[in-house]
Design a binder for this molecule. Sequence first.
Ligand SMILES: *[C@@H]1O[C@H](CO)[C@@H](O)[C@H](O)[C@H]1NC(C)=O
Ligand SMILES: *[C@@H]1O[C@H](CO)[C@@H](O)[C@H](O)[C@H]1NC(C)=O
Ligand SMILES: *[C@@H]1O[C@H](CO)[C@@H](O)[C@H](O)[C@H]1NC(C)=O
Ligand SMILES: *[C@@H]1O[C@H](CO)[C@@H](O)[C@H](O)[C@H]1NC(C)=O
Ligand SMILES: *[C@@H]1O[C@H](CO)[C@@H](O)[C@H](O)[C@H]1NC(C)=O
Ligand SMILES: *[C@@H]1O[C@H](CO)[C@@H](O)[C@H](O)[C@H]1NC(C)=O
Length: 464
Amino acid sequence: MRGFLTALCLASCSLHVAAFLGFPWGSAESDWNLCASVDGRPCDCPDDVFEADRAGLDCSYRDIGYLHDGAVVPLRFKKVDLSNNRLRNFTATTFSSNNSHVTELDMAANLLSVIPPNAFVNLPGLLKLDLSNNEIQIITNDSFNGIANLSSLDLSHNKLHVFEANTFMLLPRLQRLQLKYNPVNFLPDSLFTGLFNLTHLDLTHLQLVALHNELFTDTTSLEELSLAFNELGSVPTKALFKLSPSLKVLDLSGNLFTELTSYSIYNMKRLHELYLRQLIYLKAIDDYAINECNNLRNLELQLLPRISFISSRLSYTRLETLPEGLLNWTLVKSLELSHNQWRCDCHMAWIKGSPVEKLVGENFYCSLPNRLRGSPLSQLKEEDFVCKASDDYPDPKQWGVVAVLLLVGVLASITTVAFLFYRRNGFLCRKTDNYSQLKAASRETITVVDSSAVSNTDAELNVA
Ligand SMILES: *[C@@H]1O[C@H](CO)[C@@H](O)[C@H](O)[C@H]1NC(C)=O
Ligand SMILES: *[C@@H]1O[C@H](CO)[C@@H](O)[C@H](O)[C@H]1NC(C)=O
Ligand SMILES: *[C@@H]1O[C@H](CO)[C@@H](O)[C@H](O)[C@H]1NC(C)=O
Ligand SMILES: *[C@@H]1O[C@H](CO)[C@@H](O)[C@H](O)[C@H]1NC(C)=O
Ligand SMILES: *[C@@H]1O[C@H](CO)[C@@H](O)[C@H](O)[C@H]1NC(C)=O
Ligand SMILES: *[C@@H]1O[C@H](CO)[C@@H](O)[C@H](O)[C@H]1NC(C)=O
């Protein structure tokens, strides 16, 4: 049976190979003779090399243990997939020098442990390189020599304990770098030197205890950074400060912070999303912990089992949603949540029938969606808390009206705000002074008594 299958595969694959090369069987596929026999066991790879329609040359899951030197990829293939084999080494001579048309190499899920100097020098056109799920322990500062156009590199799920300085310096066009799940606890300050084009950096699940202040000096284009599930004892404010002009998404979940002190996350002008989940030691979020982050749209506080103090003077944003997992609400004895813009949709449905409903009494009104504007919590049923696409996206017919109303609304609010501000403060423009602007907003103090707190201290939840 096995013999029959092999023969069948051999016949069909050689047809493929012969067909795409335009040669009669037997002439050119020796260029793609990647395999050698391993442990005396014949390797059936050359016959199995086949064309995967759009994906490129697919040699994944072939049980390949060793690659012959000097492979040449037929010109029509830009992507080579060697993932999920048993490859242990890859050197500068694995591919021959005429492979500059290859733009993507997938070596994921093999057994590589060393990336030697100049390993990819014969693949100078590479844009994307996947080395994830190997056993890589050693990368040197010239491992990536010769592939200066590379834009995406994945080194996640390896065994990197140490990074040499300047490891990535030869990759000036790198945009995405994945280093997650490596057992490294220290990153040299010059690790990301020269990565001016880096936009996405994933440092999740390393064992970092601190970051060097200069680590992000060159990564001035970085938009998304994950530092989740490290062992950071405090927010690396100084390192992050270098990213203030560019960073849009930051994940600090799963670290060892006990407190987010004032100005922990400061002056991130473009920050849209901030994730603070599973901070199991976090006890307090202080005043202005998240400050001058005027574009913050999504602040996720989840699974913070020890939190007993959250200041509202976090940022300019008003709360729209109260996360169910924020506090153990059964422990909260009193709570006032007025003067926020609650969005009464499916994400807030939990509040009906929860301890919070009793605590907030009549002082909880919905601001959003429009159909519930002004409704007190006490008059709503759980069924009213639904997420409807139409709440956010009006009918196409209404678009014209909406656009006009929006414009009028925006103009009216700008004028009103300007007028009120002028009346109140006697000036319109001044250099940003965070505190005075915040004081100008109405604020309510909310007292949360956390009965689990040992010393019976009143925890305060101030929500502007
Ligand atoms: C590649 O690996 C084999 C064993 O897996 C080893 O014998 C050989 O020397 C290695 N070649 C290079 C160039 O490292
Ligand atoms: C690759 O280059 C070598 C010389 O560098 C040449 O002899 C060989 O024919 C080339 N192969 C292909 C497929 O272009
Ligand atoms: C690198 O990219 C540039 C610009 O896109 C291009 O001109 C150059 O040929 C590329 N280099 C290689 C080796 O492909
Ligand atoms: C790369 O490392 C070697 C030895 O570790 C060192 O001599 C060389 O200066 C380094 N190059 C760069 C660019 O850091
Ligand atoms: C990449 O970085 C260079 C400077 O090293 C810069 O001139 C270029 O605009 C950057 N490209 C992108 C896409 O950011
Ligand atoms: C919240 O506290 C109550 C009372 O101590 C406890 O029974 C309950 O398990 C806690 N809930 C969670 C999710 O920790």
